[in-house]
Design a protein around this ligand. Structure first.
Ligand code: TYD
Length: 224
């Protein structure tokens, strides 16, 4: 099955599952500007007096930092299913110990990457079954979906130029070829088409302040 066939098996349940908080995730290819946008949103939400938990996957917990080191920096082959399981393990621990408690307290969780990254990178990118990858993450997280997912869409060639300008250490996923990143991009866009209420798709070539305003509008519409 392809990403296109992935059906939303579980309705969003962040509110029902955890209480009064809000769960916002940023997705997109490497170099799309997720971190910049997450930071701008964090500043804005804090300035409104709301508590924010800013976190990321992989690596949002102490256990996750160790898993992150394996998936991003292991030099040599990692079996594709093992890679998917490592991301899912990171996610399971992170949701139980960080994300769900924050939602239950009423905080706004702003997170770089979540399960859509697994469906796009391990599903579309590594060509595992997208439904299997999604089901694995939903099992790992007891079905938790974000209230809002911002997809920063960027052509992989433009993304590569941005990454090359940075001086960052070797990352196994970033080092993949352009075709891989093109599949990842298509995977993300297919996911957004399936769940238009959850996703806000933005053109990452727009100015950061323009993008930030669109994100703020979408968050305002969902704030509880
Ligand atoms: P990220 O933290 O965004 O990298 P950086 O800090 O270098 O910008 O993401 C790390 C990499 O992990 C990225 O290439 C995407 C990949 N990834 C997956 O393949 N599957 C997943 O489920 C997640 C969360 C990330």
């Amino acid at each position: 099955m392809t990403v296109e066939d992935t059906r939303p098996l579980h309705a969003p349940r962040a509110a029902a599952a955890g209480g009064p908080g809000l769960f916002v995730t940023f997705e997109g290819g490497d170099g799309a500007g997720k971190t910049t946008q997450a930071s701008l949103l964090e500043q804005w939400v804090r300035s409104g007096g709301r508590d924010v938990v800013r976190t990321r996957e992989p690596g949002g917990t102490e256990v996750g930092v160790r898993i992150r080191d394996i998936v991003l920096h292991h030099r040599g082959h990692i079996n594709a299913r093992a890679e998917a399981l490592l991301y899912a393990a990171d996610r399971a621990h992170h949701v139980e110990t960080v994300v769900q408690p924050a939602i239950a307290r009423g905080d706004v969780v702003i997170q770089d990457r979540y399960l859509d990254s697994s469906v796009a990178y391990q599903g579309a990118g590594r060509v595992l079954d997208a439904d299997d990858v999604r089901a694995l993450s939903l099992w790992a997280t007891d079905g938790l979906l974000p209230d809002l997912t911002v997809l920063l869409d960027l052509d992989p060639t433009a993304a590569r130029a941005r990454l090359d300008a940075d001086d960052k250490p070797f990352d196994r996923l970033e080092a993949e070829k352009n075709e891989f990143h093109a599949r990842v991009r298509d995977g993300f866009l297919a996911l957004a088409r399936r769940e238009p209420e959850r996703f806000l798709v933005l053109d990452a070539t727009e100015a950061p302040e323009v993008l930030a305003a669109r994100v703020r509008d979408a968050v305002t519409a969902r704030l509880r």
